[in-house]
Design a protein around this ligand. Sequence first.
Ligand SMILES: Nc1ncnc2c1ncn2[C@@H]1O[C@H](COP(=O)(O)OP(=O)(O)OP(=O)(O)O)[C@@H](O)[C@H]1O
Ligand SMILES: [Mg+2]
Length: 544
Amino acid sequence: MTMAVEANAIFKQFKEHSVSEFFKKNRQMLGYSSMARSLVTIVHEYVTNSLDACEEAGILPSIDVKVSRLSADRYSVYVADNGPGIPRQYVGKALAKVLAGTKFHRNMQQRGQQGIGASGCTLFSQVTTGKPIQVISATSTEKYRCGISIDIMQNKPVITNFAKLDGIEMEHGLAVEGEFADVKYDTSDHGILEYLKRTALSNPHCEIKFTDPEGKEHLFVRALQSMPERANVSKLHPLGLTTNDLLELAHISLESRLSLFLTNGFARFSKGKLAELQALLPEINFDKDPKGLAWDEAEKIVSKFKDIKWLSPDASSIIPIGEEQIMAALVNILNPEQINITERKPKVFKGGFPFIIEAAIAYGGNSGKKNIEGYEGNILRFANRVPLLFDSGTCAITEAVRSVQWKRYGIDLDNYPVSIFVNVSSVYIPYSGVGKESISPESEIVDEIKLACMDVARGLQRFLSGKQRSKAFASKYKIVMRYANQLSSDLSILSGTDKEHIKEKLENIVALKYKQANGSDDENELQNEPTDEGQQQAAQPASQ
Ligand SMILES: Nc1ncnc2c1ncn2[C@@H]1O[C@H](COP(=O)(O)OP(=O)(O)OP(=O)(O)O)[C@@H](O)[C@H]1O
Ligand SMILES: [Mg+2]
């Protein structure tokens, strides 16, 4: 059969595309899907960058976010921080070259991983409004402003109107402002205010001022005056490597011998482990230059890694938020009646990536979500302290929390004012997509989250049953006191003793018995008796 169209004719259409072109076409992959989500994504990318930059420079972050409405589907977003700023020779690539940054190549726990976030915002502004992003940067050596956009075909930055700035107030930091269309401001719990509230929850060392499109200011004050511990760059563990990883790293290695590349380059790779590997692979020359490593050699090495017993990866490079810090943040923002927190021991997923789970449950105050019938529980998901608002259905955290049998712990997630807080910390978070809104349900991660939830559920269960017991006692006390009144009258008639005197004595006896049985010595508890004995009443937050 003859071909209707020849290969040569088809391949006349052949073209190369840049990564910017790809993301322009597939912007939903970066979180620019619905109009409301797009606006949150922009704030999320800029704010996480500000937090990373401040932490790396050892500065307590103060972030100013302002969202203004320009028309129904057009908004401007301004985010300024007090971080180190960006030197002018890097600003273009940092904010307007997709897949460029200071984080992707470092094995270090930071919020940003890919080098896509900020350039994604520049790209989105450009394709929806045709306008560049306006930048002001103040480093310790210079202050300047400029406009930034992307040459999409080349994935190259374009800088316009560069000007040095003197006499601006900003000591150091970065301010970005852009116009975006195809966006909408949302006041729901998938909106910017909720995102920033959750950011403040997981970053109690940070201060955020948010001016919403109505001009209303929301201030999230700093709950802690000290910086979180700094994460270190850590070495990759042999079990976390693919053949391609090993080969790429070998080809850029500065070591003179393959043996040194392995022992100096990877975690837990002692001389003893090298000897084990050499015994398993006598055909490979471990004295050769790593730049000469071939694919089939790398493949053999990676497959033999699985036959060696390794020490688990070192988890000291992972910095969780910390129980005290979570407590301070939850008190500051949710003001709950009860908080239970747990930090699990480090564990490893896929053999090579260590992670730590922290979970907390807050009950009462502003915890949970209000609905027309009262309350329902909500899940606050975080990865390396970054709130995850979208794609909850595909997230390891949601899967794990939903698999806990909360009712066994006397907790009704559908009706109680509870917030379940889960933070996954790792040098490498296995996100389900480039949009970084959900964590892939690796079984080790899901299991650990489940165990953490069960820990905090037990704590809350104790609190709730104690609370219920006190209510039951208080109610009995109330009934007995009614009889005491009647009994005092009758005894007074029979004995001729003053009724008030008898009543006082009886009341003292009943109160003493109550305290003994209840284990309480709180006088107020006796005076502020609850009016309703039901479980639902017991769950009502004190401040509502
Ligand atoms: N506010 C800031 N202050 C200082 N440097 C910044 C700031 N924002 C961005 N940068 C620099 O620009 C780089 C690119 O940022 P971008 O958000 O595109 O990528 P990333 O944060 O490295 O990774 P991700 O794509 O996961 O967000 C960062 O790696 C950082 O070096
Ligand atoms: Mg980023």
